[in-house]
Design a protein around this ligand. Structure first.
Ligand code: G1P
Length: 295
């Protein structure tokens, strides 16, 4: 097995029901946060860490993802002719990356989506990026996870503490702290009830996996919601090797949820050089208005 992580898998076949009707005919992954589709934030995060090969697991109605990461000759030629160089740079910035698309024919769960990438990942370690989880570009989560992987040559999961009442939305771990921000995983449970959760440390949408996970994804029995769960396959893998978790203390936006999506939009608008001054003014004026509006 190579020790370098060169590939990232992006499960993107979900129906996006939480964003209906916006997602009736367009993919949730293409909803824009300020001026970039949601999925591009995670692609850029991986690109910053040296990953150049992207495997997107798609389904019906997801073709615009392929178009988005393709070159658009007529657009590029027009921008060049008109001297719009910064826009041209922006649309060409990811042209050096390689994308492969695999269709997940049936909605059999996250574990199954990752299993679909097996023919392209081969016998290499790889990252899994859930693009609903947007990590602030100033926080180097994936970079830290890759450092752990280089050191231990073992799978690494991204972790974040969540309020106890929210544990049923996540895979939850039990682990022992072995270093600053680093846990050795002892157990994992997919979406437990608050009373059964082994902790309030949740798995968030970044994983560094080793190719032996595929065997367990192939053999694990369907779990929560009758789906093939990555958490269950990791639990089986844990019997054969160490798995680590990196506790992230930076900013994550759960953009798979309407409120989280709006939070990410506001935060990123406040950092966007083009709109931040005007948008900040607007928010400040809104703040005084909000007090007089009914909640
Ligand atoms: C998936 C995983 C879950 C993990 C979560 C992170 O759940 O199954 O273990 O905690 O992603 O976002 P989903 O959000 O797809 O329901």
């Amino acid at each position: 097995m190579s020790s370098e992580v060169r590939k990232a898998v992006f499960p993107a076949a979900g129906l996006g029901t939480r964003f209906l009707p916006a997602t009736k005919a367009s993919p949730k992954e293409m909803l824009p946060i300020v001026d970039k589709p949601m999925i591009q934030y995670a692609v850029e995060e991986a690109e910053k860490c040296g990953i150049r090969e992207f495997i997107i697991i798609t389904g019906r109605n997801k073709r615009t993802i392929e178009d988005h990461f393709d070159s658009v000759m007529e657009l590029e030629v027009t921008l060049k002719k008109k001297g719009k160089h910064s826009l041209l740079n922006e649309v060409q910035r990811l042209n050096h990356l390689h994308f492969a698309y695999i269709r997940q024919r049936m909605p059999l769960g996250l574990g199954h989506a990752i299993l679909c990438s097996k023919p392209v990942v081969h016998n290499e370690p790889f990252a899994v990026m859930l693009s609903d989880d947007i990590i602030d570009p100033e926080d180097a989560l994936l970079k830290e996870m890759l450092k752990c992987f280089q050191k231990y040559q073992s799978p690494v999961l991204a972790l974040q503490k969540v309020p106890k009442k929210d544990v049923s939305r996540y895979g939850i771990i039990k682990g022992i702290k072995v270093d600053k921000n680093l846990f050795k995983i002892e157990d994992l449970v997919e979406k437990p009830s608050p009373s059964n959760a082994p902790s309030n440390i949740a798995i968030i949408g970044r994983y560094i996996l080793t190719p032996d996970i595929f065997h367990f994804l192939e053999t694990v029995t369907p779990g929560k919601d009758g789906e093939i769960q990555l958490t269950d396959a990791l639990k089986a893998l844990l019997k054969t090797r160490d798995i680590y978790g990196y506790l992230f203390e930076g900013r994550r936006y759960d953009a798979g949820d309407k409120a989280g999506f709006l939070e990410a939009t506001v935060e990123f608008a406040l950092k966007n050089p083009e709109v931040k001054t005007q948008f900040r003014k607007y928010l400040l004026s809104l703040k005084s208005n909000l007090k007089t509006r009914q909640g």
